[in-house]
Design a protein around this ligand. Structure first.
Ligand SMILES: Nc1nc2c(c(=O)[nH]1)N[C@H]1C(S)=C(S)[C@@H](COP(=O)(O)O)O[C@H]1N2
Ligand SMILES: [Mo]
Length: 309
């Protein structure tokens, strides 16, 4: 499996698009028709099945999600990724999986996707900068991939790395962060069913600016934990290097769970601005664990959540 390329199989072949009607049209269209389409056999052609983990909050539009981005490898402005990320070559793509696993190797993306179930996961995304969105991701549980490669005894954390290609990433030519962008999770967080590797949104292959072709999504943590364009996943015994935690440890903890009661040193985290609602819309209260407390709070029992770890 590892390292076997199938250059004749393109990304479009392995990520089915909505042939009959896309999600945007569904949302804009009549509710009854939309519900029928979701429940009916046509759903299979989407490739992504609905999930009980999805929120019923209204998703942001495709245009909002793809034009207001953080992806510093392509610039620090919110619209820089939309402008520049087309330079990233996403085919072919492979992810090196190594460290404390039974089957380390260089896995082609098509091999990773061969036997996973793609689901639609409509999640809130809360950036540490105090804005939020609702995104209909398409992806699969990271736990499925970890099971496939076999997690060894002694593994306690999972480290992730983004591609580092200064020739394709104009922002990565500047020392904004200690490239490559790196992130990490504790093993139980990585195995949690809410944690996904996303390969698309709105039933379309992941737009480059949102982390094509495969990115992490951890909805109860500040957005910077959800690392984009992943090329390496390493199972480790020790807490891995995380880029923002490393660059400003007093501002960005390793855990960085969304918490309205713990302010960032330079701004409050109590409320947030929902992208698309306009400058005069009231700010929304930020929810503990970004609204996922019922699912995840037990993982942090005994930890002092007011502390930066
Ligand atoms: N490699 C990489 N991953 C990244 C970032 C980045 O700059 N580089 N930005 C993070 C931040 S701060 C946020 S809020 C989310 C934004 O995801 P989105 O642009 O798809 O909404 O991506 C995260 N993942
Ligand atoms: Mo962010």
């Amino acid at each position: 499996m590892a390292g076997r390329w199938k250059p004749d199989l393109t990304w479009a072949d392995v990520t089915p698009k909505a042939a009959y009607m896309n999600r945007r049209q569904l949302l804009a269209g009549a509710g009854a028709v939309a519900a029928g389409a979701i429940a009916g056999p046509a759903m299979a052609s989407l490739g992504a099945v609905p999930s009980p983990y999805s929120t019923d909050e209204t998703p942001n539009t495709f245009e909002e999600i793809t034009n207001y981005c953080n992806f510093y490898e392509f610039g620090t402005g919110k619209e820089d990724p939309a402008r520049n990320a087309h330079m990233l070559t996403t085919e072919p793509w492979a992810v090196r999986i190594d460290g404390l696993v039974d089957k380390p190797g260089l896995y082609g993306l098509e091999d990773i996707l061969a036997d996973v179930t793609l689901e639609e996961r409509i999640y809130r995304l809360r950036c540490v900068e105090a804005w939020s969105m609702v995104v209909p991701w398409v992806g699969f549980e990271l736990a499925d991939l970890l099971a496939k490669v076999g997690v060894q005894d002694g593994a306690r954390y999972v480290a992730f790395e983004t591609a580092y290609r200064p020739d394709e990433m104009p922002g990565a030519r500047f020392p904004i962060l200690d490239w490559p962008y790196r992130e990490g999770l504790r093993l139980d967080e990585a195995m949690h069913p809410l944690t996904i590797l996303a390969t698309g949104l709105y039933d379309e292959p992941m737009p480059n600016q949102n982390g094509a072709p495969i990115r992490l999504v951890v909805p109860w943590k500040y957005g910077f934990k959800s690392i984009k364009s992943v090329v390496r996943i390493t199972l480790t015994a020790d807490q891995p290097h995380a880029s923002w935690n490393h660059s400003q440890p007093r501002e960005y903890g390793f855990y960085s769970n969304v918490n309205p009661e713990v302010d960032h040193p330079r701004w409050s985290q109590a409320t947030e601005r929902r992208i698309g609602e306009g400058l005069f819309a009231p700010r929304r209260p930020t929810l503990m664990f970004n609204g996922y407390a019922d699912e995840v709070a037990s993982m942090y029992a005994g930890m002092d959540l007011t502390k930066f770890y």
